[in-house]
Design a protein around this ligand. Structure first.
Ligand SMILES: Cc1cc2nc3c(=O)[nH]c(=O)nc-3n(C[C@H](O)[C@H](O)[C@H](O)COP(=O)(O)OP(=O)(O)OC[C@H]3O[C@@H](n4cnc5c(N)ncnc54)[C@H](O)[C@@H]3O)c2cc1C
Length: 413
């Protein structure tokens, strides 16, 4: 049986960074340590390649605790220690140049996620870390010398284990929730889990006519009629309901509410204009384009499909020509532009979600992310009960927690 000083379970963002940090720490202390990454997939980093639409939004220069949810107070020291600048510098030291685009989002300079993965892979290679692929860890047992790690057909031993299996989101890329089972078997609890950064479902009868349309605006989530959070950005209409980065931001709250409260999303399709100003524009359209089908009366200011649905929802009947619209109907359309409302039927499932909300509580780990319940075990990444907003914050946590767990595991040897 192979025996390692440190075995990292999971070759995703946090696991690869943890292994690199552990090897670097051992190098500093002139310790010759045997370190391995055990990965279920035939190759490491499959999810990394899919991040940021293949461009890998690897951190955000605004990354601080205000962009995270879950055990934020306990995650704060880790996030404070490894700031976005430190992560960018670390990647620079590996040979990866980064650049910041809109809203603090940081990408590899060549906008290729494969660059991030290759740099990490070559870094690990240079540091002498072994990568063992097609090794799906089925269970981990504490032993006198450390841990025994079993796949269905093999086993290895390790003095220290870093559990970095990811969550349950996007299981087609490898993270299928098995990390929670391993953590539970070693004494940990797991909070309620739900998909986040995911599309929100609405009534399919309302979603279908809007499919493919996009609109810039604001979206407000209401729970039992009470506004909870407003975000702005591009709203994408899909056959399931609503999508786009701003909708992703609301999806976590939808998942958290868990169907216990009536959830609705109200869109303001022209946030820069008041209802009165929109009414005045509509009056003008009626006057100058009287022959226009009334359903298209908004076609000069919002996406045509969206405009038609707004008019339909406002008037509840098939309208004739713009010239026939009465003042009360124009008022109703203007109001609907400011409050285009959808009942929320939950979110799409794990296979469509970018991240997992919930996980192993951070109170069960110390400040170095070592388990308080199973000494010698460290946890990193999405597996823990902390998740970030859309925009590079989740990978930022993966790097930060990976460095923390990896360095500490090496330091403890
Ligand atoms: C489509 C998509 C796009 C995204 N884009 C971004 C983005 O641009 N910016 C951003 O910040 N975040 C993004 N995210 C989120 C981000 O990718 C994750 O939060 C991050 O990868 C989590 O890192 P991790 O190491 O904890 O888990 P993962 O990256 O999921 O890695 C876990 C690894 O463990 C392996 N594994 C699982 N179980 C076992 C087992 N039992 N034995 C052995 N190996 C196992 C898996 O195969 C996987 O390789 C995106 C997510 C998705 C799905």
């Amino acid at each position: 049986m192979d025996f390692y000083d440190i075995a990292v379970i999971g070759g995703g963002a946090s696991g690869l960074m943890a292994a690199a940090a552990a090897a670097q720490e051992c190098g500093k202390k002139h310790i010759h340590a045997k370190i391995a990454v055990l990965e279920a997939n035939p190759r490491v980093g499959k999810k990394l390649l899919a991040t940021g639409n293949g461009r890998c939004n690897l951190t955000n220069s605004n990354a601080d605790i205000t962009h995270y949810h879950g055990d934020t107070a306990l995650a704060a020291p880790v996030l404070d220690k490894y700031t976005p600048q430190k992560i960018i510098s670390r990647f620079a030291s590996f040979g990866l140049l980064c650049k910041e685009l809109d809203e603090g989002r940081v990408y590899p300079y060549n906008l290729q996620a494969s660059a991030v993965l290759n740099i990490l892979r070559f870094q690990l290679d240079g540091l002498g870390v072994e990568t063992v692929c097609d090794f799906a860890v089925a269970s981990v047992q504490k032993s006198a010398s450390g841990f025994t790690i079993f796949s269905d057909s093999d086993k290895v031993g390790a003095k220290r284990v870093i559990l970095a299996c990811g969550g349950k989101a996007y299981p087609q890329l490898g993270s299928n929730g098995s990390g929670y089972q391993i953590a539970s078997s070693l004494g940990h609890s797991v909070t309620a889990l739900f998909p986040a950064l995911v599309q929100v479902k609405t009534d399919p009868r309302r979603a279908k006519p809007l499919k493919g349309a996009r609109s810039a605006g604001t979206a407000t989530l209401l729970l039992n009629g009470k506004p909870i959070k407003t975000v702005s950005g591009e709203i994408q209409f899909t056959e399931n309901g609503l999508s786009g980065i701003c909708i992703f931001e609301l999806s976590r709250l939808v998942g958290e509410a868990g169907g216990a409260q009536k959830a609705e999303i109200s869109l303001d399709l022209l946030p820069e204009y008041s209802a009165e100003e929109i009414l005045s524009m509509l009056r003008n359209t009626k006057e100058v384009l009287g022959n226009l089908p009334a359903g298209d009366v908004l076609s000069g200011c919002v996406h045509k499909l969206v405009g038609r649905e707004v008019v339909r929802a406002a008037l509840m009947q098939t309208p004739g020509r713009a010239v026939e619209l009465k003042t009360a109907e124009l008022v109703s359309i203007a109001d609907r532009v400011k409050n285009f409302r959808f009942e929320v039927f939950g979110t799409l499932a794990w296979k469509d979600a970018q991240i997992t909300a919930g996980g192993v509580p951070l109170r069960e780990t110390d400040e170095n992310l070592q388990s308080r319940l199973c000494p010698g075990l460290y946890l990193a990444g999405e597996l823990l009960n902390i998740d970030g907003d859309c925009g590079g914050f989740n990978l930022h946590w993966a790097w930060d927690s990976g460095i923390t767990a990896g360095s500490a595991a090496a330091f403890s040897l």
